[in-house]
Every structure is written in structure tokens, then in C-alpha cells.
Design a protein around this ligand. Structure first.
Ligand SMILES: Nc1ncnc2c1ncn2[C@@H]1O[C@H](COP(=O)(O)OP(=O)(O)O)[C@@H](O)[C@H]1O
Ligand SMILES: [Mg+2]
Length: 307
């Protein structure tokens, strides 16, 4: 299967509202699309007959929009990403690229890259040894600093803990044997909010605050969303974070500390935009698909396609 068709693959196991939005935006551009689960794809390696098999696709897709990579064993996740890499190697636009997804799904890699690029991100320690982890947190607790423990590949605020002397380190299979320990950023008057910025094609397009009763302010955990006007600082930080992580589009999470300084918490390569859509006056899905199609056109696969 080497020929490129006209149909776009939306990678997802759970299309829902986001899948429908993408399908409808693609339709507005006259493009057909099908949902595709990475769990149903396969590779055949047989010399010249090597091929990738995608259910419901007779040809290679025109482009691949990644809406979800399901979790699983390390082997399953690596295999699923290899499907995306293989499509990429066939010259197909995969949006976001598998490399960008790998860089950002991995919280330690993101933190290190942001810090090395001179971007403000909370102090973070990553280690495997429980002894080392205990030494780190005890040193911080003596100084009365609060510490957060996060799963390396977490999302939607799941599995994040605020730990102190009373709780000690948390042992949970979600941490998969690696400690990701981060300084807790205190917000002014314990007003629990953070900022989500949507960056597309290197430009910050919109921002919102997420407000919650709890210090974990993911929308999936019930935080309320409010439009926030972009300013120079917010745009600069979010756009630079995307640039250093080399990502086509992203949802960048930031927290403002007590003194008004911004800290980049994470960069989401498969962000949901249900909350953002409710507060902005443009169609987020159309904006993403416009950028996706621009990339396909630049890649020339639109003129190379066979039907
Ligand atoms: N260092 C921190 N200090 C204070 N709050 C944080 C910190 N890191 C995360 N949070 C809170 O937890 C939420 C989820 O953290 P995040 O790192 O974005 O993980 P997830 O991938 O689960 O969204 C953030 O939106 C924020 O509200
Ligand atoms: Mg987040």
C-alpha cells in the first residue's frame, strides 16, 4: 500500500464530539475522512512487499490527524507510535507528528527541554530510586516547600498528588516506578486557576483560564472555563514552548504564581478543545484543519494522490 488516496484518517478510539467536529471541518474542505483505531492497524515486513494495513483504507491516507493514542503496555504504545512513524516515513502528514507526540507525552522530556531553552517551568526532580526521592522531598519539606508527585504520562489531572511529611511519597502503579517530583506553584490567595493557550502553526490563537475549587484545574475535573485575552508575555511563552518542542499545534498549560510570574506546566500534543470552543468566537476545529491542510498541501500529497 504505497499509493496516497483522498481520504483523511482521524486516529481515535473514541470519536465523540471532537471526532465529529474534525469530520465536519474536513468535509467543509471537500475531504472525506474515516476514524481509525491504532489498535486495528498492522505492519507486514516482507522485503518489497512490506506494507501497512489500515482497516477501511485501500490506499494510504491523504493525511493523518491524531486525536488519540490509547494507553496500554509499553510494547503496545511503542507499536502504536511506530504505526504513526511508518505513515510518516511513507511521506504522509501526521498531525501532530509522532516525534512531537513522543516529546510532549513524556513530561520529564518536556520539562527538561523547556528549562534548557530558558523558559520558566517549575523546579522538577526525576529519579527511579526511592532513597533519592526521599532525600529530595525531605530537603524541600524542611524548607516548607510543597511538592507534587505526577505520573510521567498522565493527563486530565489524573493521578497527581500533593505530598507532604504526613503522606510521604505515594506508591501507585500509575507512577510506573519513576518519581516525577515538582515544586508546587502557590497561586495568589489560593485562587485555583491556570491558563490554557492554543497555539497553531507557531501562533497563539486563544487563551482561557480554568478555574476550580481544587488546586488541580483540569476542565475534565470540573474546572470552569473563561476567555482570557492574550498578551505579549503569554503568547511569547506559549509560542516559544511549541517552537522548542517542534510541534504543529498544542494546548499549553501555564500557572501564574503569587508574584504574577508565569510558569509553563505542560504542552499537550493531543489537547481537547471542548472547553475552549465554548468561550472563543471562532471554530477551533476549522482552525486546526486549516493548518493541517496547509501542511498537506506543502507536502504535495494533495497533488500526488491517486483518486
Ligand atoms: N507545579 C504545579 N503547581 C501547582 N499546580 C500544578 C502544578 N502542576 C500541575 N498543577 C495543577 O494540576 C493540573 C494538571 O497538571 P498537568 O501537569 O497539566 O497534568 P495533566 O497532564 O494531568 O493535565 C494543572 O492544570 C494545574 O492546575
Ligand atoms: Mg494539563
Amino acid at each position: 500500500m504505497k499509493k496516497i488516496g483522498r481520504k483523511v484518517a482521524i486516529i481515535t478510539d473514541d470519536p465523540g464530539w471532537h471526532g465529529e467536529q474534525l469530520k465536519s471541518s474536513l468535509n467543509n474542505y471537500g475531504l472525506e475522512s474515516s476514524y481509525l483505531s491504532l489498535t486495528n492497524c498492522s505492519l507486514q515486513i516482507a522485503g518489497e512487499n512490506s506494507t501497512i494495513k489500515l482497516p477501511d483504507f485501500d490506499t494510504l491516507p491523504l493525511g493523518v490527524f491524531v486525536r488519540g493514542v490509547p494507553g496500554g503496555t509499553l510494547e503496545q504504545v511503542i507499536f502504536r507510535l511506530n504505526i504513526l512513524h511508518t505513515l510518516n516515513n511513507y511521506g504522509i502528514v501526521v498531525y501532530n507528528s509522532p516525534k512531537a507526540i513522543e516529546r510532549t507525552v513524556d513530561k520529564p522530556y518536556t520539562s527538561i527541554t523547556l528549562a534548557y531553552s530558558g523558559l520558566p517551568t517549575p523546579k522538577t526532580w526525576i529519579c527511579e530510586s526511592t532513597k533519592q526521592a526521599n532525600q529530595i522531598v525531605e530537603k524541600e519539606w524542611i524548607k516548607n516547600n510543597k511538592i507534587i508527585q505526577k505520573p510521567l504520562f498522565g493527563s486530565q489531572g489524573i493521578g497527581i498528588h500533593l505530598i507532604d511529611q504526613a503522606t510521604g511519597l505515594i506508591y501507585d502503579e500509575k507512577f510506573a516506578g519513576v518519581y516525577y517530583l515538582q515544586e508546587y506553584i502557590e497561586r495568589k490567595d489560593d485562587n485555583f486557576k491556570d491558563i490554557r493557550v492554543l497555539v497553531v502553526d507557531g501562533t497563539a490563537k486563544a487563551a482561557m483560564t480554568r478555574h476550580s475549587n481544587d488546586w488541580i484545574t483540569n476542565r475534565a475535573r470540573g474546572a470552569s472555563c473563561e476567555l482570557l485575552e492574550l498578551n505579549e508575555k503569554l503568547s511569547y511563552l506559549s509560542e516559544t514552548a511549541c517552537k522548542v518542542l517542534d510541534i504543529d499545534y498544542a494546548g499549553v498549560d501555564l500557572i501564574e504564581d503569587k508574584n504574577g510570574s508565569l510558569h509553563i506546566i505542560e504542552v499537550n500534543s493531543i489537547p481537547a478543545w471542548f472547553g475552549l470552543q465554548k468561550v472563543v468566537n471562532f471554530n477551533v476545529s476549522d482552525c486546526l484543519i486549516k493548518s493541517f491542510i496547509k501542511k498537506i498541501t506543502k507536502n504535495n500529497s494533495l497533488s500526488a494522490c491517486t483518486n
